[in-house]
Design a protein around this ligand. Sequence first.
Ligand SMILES: *Cc1c(COP(=O)(O)O)cnc(C)c1O
Length: 373
Amino acid sequence: MSCRDSDAARAAANGILNIDLGALARNYARMVRIAAPAGVAGVVKANAYGLGIEHVAPVLRRAGCDHFFVAMLTEALDLRRVLGDDPAIVVLNGLAPGAERLALGAGVVPVLNCLDQAIAWAELAGSEGRRLPAIVQVDTGMTRLGFAFDEAAELRSRPQVLESLDIRHLMTHLASADDPHSLQSRQQIEMLKQFATGFPGVPLCIGNSHGIGLGPDYHGALVRPGIALYGASAPQVEPVVSLSVRVVQNRSVPAGVKVGYNATFVTQRPMTLATIAAGYADGLPRSLSGRGAVYLDGRRLPIVGRVSMDSTIIDVSDLPEGRTSPGTLVQVIGPDQTIDAVARDAGTISYEVLTSLGSRYWRDYVGSLDGVP
Ligand SMILES: *Cc1c(COP(=O)(O)O)cnc(C)c1O
């Protein structure tokens, strides 16, 4: 695309999603400082939480990251093409039966979540005549993925499986790390340590973003932050994402006018309304209907009526007359409104807002990597 074309495409887009790769790199460096001496992996599942794995992963790599976690093998295959041969790529969900050879071909490290996954990986190792790397996940009380506590003994009782595996880490995932008062995190650590007595010398891999904040007991030798890298849900990080959406149409209406699907809002006074070009298909949750706001010139512009698929109606009555016209950008995420604030208004979490941000926005990757080693 020529410059001209891209300027036109940017002007035509329903919104501008700005992704600050410098802030991403600085957030990674922050995690490295906080987690030291533990190593810091990058969790880049779900297209790097929606921000674009082909842009995000190389920046993390340049910032020193050499362990990348994705959820699924398909993501690992894509990521291997982005990153080349070097860094470790770990698949959290492990491998579906029959996917082992594909994983081996891409040099993937599977998380082994159960005995069957371990046996299948070990069998492939046997046929290859070498040990294959793996991470063993232990279910310490989240009941989502991982070896049940009593399966440890079963795994240990199969020396031919263990001999075929190069177990890099014992891993667990904290269920309540975002609640520093929860006793569950401590219980999970105790359980992991007990499991680990059967695997002397194998390092631990524990904390997610919130786990890192809980302190060294919750780190192990390798931590796995995701959301903190992307500038949300953690106090010590800087924002990475901002989002502005274009106004499509303005209108001034008298009192008594019905607004949006099912007329859930009726004007009580004369108002100036604007319709913006993003809706739930672009990741503005429908639960923001009649709740939440966007911003312009530091003013809060409430969402009125239902959020539609491709558009949302806002109240611009507080702005000077004529301030918005078709093409004007209003801020959805930015200095006036964090992702976490949007998520709160929508009754959800920043993770869901981030990973839902739509594919119709123009994406600007900005920010300086100066100072990134
Ligand atoms: C998604 C995920 C992470 C990253 O969690 P954040 O809360 O985003 O830091 C780490 N570990 C596992 C197992 C995950 O599924």
